[in-house]
Design a protein around this ligand. Structure first.
Ligand code: NAG
Length: 395
């Protein structure tokens, strides 16, 4: 063959195969790769292998986890830094089971950790954190228990979708987003006992553009907690309880802290929770802030603190010199918040004497206590009311 013909031929072959490589969908089935869905055989290595293959393939890739129970005995880091794949979907029909001995994860902060990934979708599946024995250890008060591992975390990641997933009995937080951009979470269920310690449902921190939609959360801590540096967060159509409610904070953990800005919480029903909508900061110096928050169309059913801003958080009175929070809270709107309070004080604004809360707006709030009017309490809080307000405002 002539050299020029050969070059042309090679070139044509590349042109024929290149599109199928770049637009192809590669599928990796964990059972085909050797995982045994018997709930007893450790599948950690197979999941790592499936990730490495999916991450290394060009185009889009899919990891299939068929029905059955997969023991994941060790923490896994799904590292996205060297991925060539443009999108990876986890299609999970089965249940991932954490080790029953909590010591197995004692040196890990997270059981299933996605770091620096772009374009990952987690669809379906059940994640069983097996946290009960660790909670019991913590609640026994004997000490010597590890902190525990969060079940699922995404850090420094973008373009993430989590849908149709169930997370039960996490040792610590169930689902965490830290340092993420553009996250859509929907139709998620979180389930843990109402007295399980630190089992927050969803925790968002230092992230922009997170949407949490249509989910049911029952835990022993916050249904959703929002940490410093969260912006453009949207929370809608949530059923929360038991648990500690939806909380912005605790803030002012550090002197230098990013602010929380532009948060919308709407169509949430709280059932028997400790708090409804809460903003909470340590009574400590900080340059953090919370601004432009809207709580809208929320129903409270027997909630201890339906509406609360607490800037005097200082457990055991330790580490709060001067006892004034540096966090500036402003432009907070409560619109159409109704239902029943389990305590007499249904609305409580306990703000910082150094930086009083500014521009709090109450618009159509009706909260009763034992079918009677409830009361409100304001300290260093400034704002206005509109429409029917019960308890009578103290702004
Ligand atoms: C606030 O956040 C929402 C998403 O939750 C976004 O659509 C909107 O543009 C943001 N508003 C501003 C002023 O940035």
């Amino acid at each position: 063959m002539e050299k020029s013909t050969m070059i042309t031929l090679t070139f044509s072959l590349i042109l024929i195969f290149l599109p199928s490589l770049t637009i192809g969908l590669s599928t990796y089935n964990v059972v085909s790769l050797g995982a045994k869905p018997d709930g007893k055989t450790d599948s950690t290595e197979v999941f790592v292998k499936a990730w490495n293959e999916a991450c290394g393939s060009l185009g889009k890739s899919r990891i299939v986890v068929p029905e059955g129970r997969y023991l994941i005995q060790n923490a896994i880091k799904f590292d996205g830094r060297k991925c060539r794949s443009v999108a990876i979907t986890f299609d999970v029909k089965g249940t991932l089971v954490a080790p029953s001995d909590f010591h197995a994860l004692s040196s890990s902060a997270t059981w299933l950790w996605f770091d620096s990934v772009n374009g990952v979708t987690l669809s379906g599946g059940k994640f069983d954190g097996k946290g009960v024995s660790l909670w019991n250890c913590k609640m026994s008060g004997k000490g010597g228990c590890p902190k525990g591992a969060s079940t699922l975390a995404f850090t420094n990641s973008k373009n993430i979708v989590v849908r149709g997933l169930t997370s039960i009995n996490s040792q610590l937080f169930h689902i965490v987003f830290n340092g993420c951009n553009n996250v859509k979470l929907q139709s998620v269920k979180v389930l843990a006992s109402g007295n399980s310690p630190n089992t927050d449902g969803i925790h968002v921190q230092a992230s922009n553009g997170v949407t949490i939609f249509k989910s049911k959360i029952s835990t022993g801590d916050d249904c959703i907690s929002v940490g410093a540096g969260t912006t453009d967060l949207w929370i809608e159509d949530i059923l929360c309880g038991p648990g500690h409610g939806i909380s912005i904070g605790s803030l002012a953990k550090d002197m230098n802290e990013l602010g929380v800005e532009n948060v919308t919480v709407k169509d949430v029903t709280f059932v028997g929770t400790q708090n409804g909508v809460r903003i909470k900061s340590w009574a400590r110096p900080s340059n953090g802030f919370v601004k432009k928050v809207v709580f809208q169309h929320c129903t409270m059913i027997n909630v201890q603190n339906p509406i609360i801003i607490d800037q005097n958080y200082c457990p055991s009175n330790k580490g709060c010199p001067g006892k004034e929070s540096g966090v500036k809270i402003s432009d907070i709107t409560y619109e159409d918040i109704h239902g029943s309070s389990a305590t007499e004080v249904a609305v409580k604004f306990d703000c910082s004497s150094k930086h009083p809360c500014e521009n709090i707006k109450l618009d159509n709030v009706k909260l009763t206590y034992k079918n009677q009017p409830s009361i409100s309490s304001c300290t260093y809080a400034d704002g206005s009311t509109n429409g029917l307000i019960e308890p009578k405002g103290c702004l």
